[in-house]
Design a protein around this ligand. Structure first.
Ligand SMILES: N[C@@H](CCC(=O)N[C@@H](CS)C(=O)NCC(=O)O)C(=O)O
Length: 212
């Protein structure tokens, strides 16, 4: 069936689980933007069912439904939400390009370096191959080091206000300790996380997405 854009006032439904940083990103966006939404729990073993694959062809969470439109891939969902709400988006074409650069960086370095390391060391049974974890950890250290250098000049990733670049990076940035990183080594990044947590509407994932 052809995909079409929904009516502006169509309801939002987020499919995910609280332990997924990728699912937390759109949930946090909507919490910060004051957009009401329904969150539905998706267990890992539900993700290959034909019913779920109709919503998410890649078999992954998050999925954001806006009316009849189902979207996957957290960067795409965040950009859609920014466009639909007029909040946390880029202010001009150069910011729009920079935003995309940081969204790619998040998927390329920060998510593997923190999200996958956390998954392989804390959640996977048995835990993942230590050689792969060590390789991914180098990406995590590079990601945190890059962010730390970048934040020397700015409060948020694109400047002085929070955008979807921050929300995307925060999704797993907040879980660095759970992946074994000591944030004392990246104090500006730790302060940036606190700035996001001080924003009106901020809530932790367990308050936004049901655990079953
Ligand atoms: N690039 C995707 C990654 C999504 C992703 O990896 N989701 C995980 C949960 S955090 C998942 O569903 N994993 C199960 C799988 O890949 O089979 C995004 O940013 O949304």
């Amino acid at each position: 069936m052809a995909r079409t854009l929904p009516q502006k006032d169509a309801p939002f439904t987020l499919h995910g689980r609280p332990g997924s940083g990728n699912a937390y990103k759109p949930a946090l966006f909507m919490a910060l933007a004051g957009i009401p939404f329904t969150a539905k729990f998706v267990a890992a073993d539900m993700q290959r069912t034909p019913e779920f694959l109709k919503l998410s062809p890649f078999g992954q969470v998050p999925v954001l439904q806006h009316g009849d439109l189902a979207l996957v891939q957290s960067p795409v969902i965040l950009k859609y939400l920014a466009q639909a709400s007029g909040k946390f988006g880029p202010a001009d074409p150069i910011e729009a390009l920079e935003l995309d650069e940081w969204l790619c960086f998040e998927q390329d370095l920060l998510f593997p370096g923190i999200g996958i390391v956390r998954f392989m060391t804390k959640l996977m049974q048995p835990p993942g191959d230590p050689a792969i974890v060590a390789w991914l950890r180098l990406r995590g250290e590079r990601a945190l080091g890059t962010l730390e250098r970048h934040l020397a000049q700015r409060r948020f990733v694109l400047g002085d206000r929070c955008t979807v670049a921050d929300i995307a990076l925060y999704g797993y940035g907040r879980l660095a300790e759970e992946a074994g990183y000591d944030m004392a080594a990246w104090p500006r990044t730790a302060a940036w996380r606190r700035s996001i947590e001080a924003m009106p509407g901020w809530k932790p994932p367990q308050d936004l997405i049901p655990a079953k």
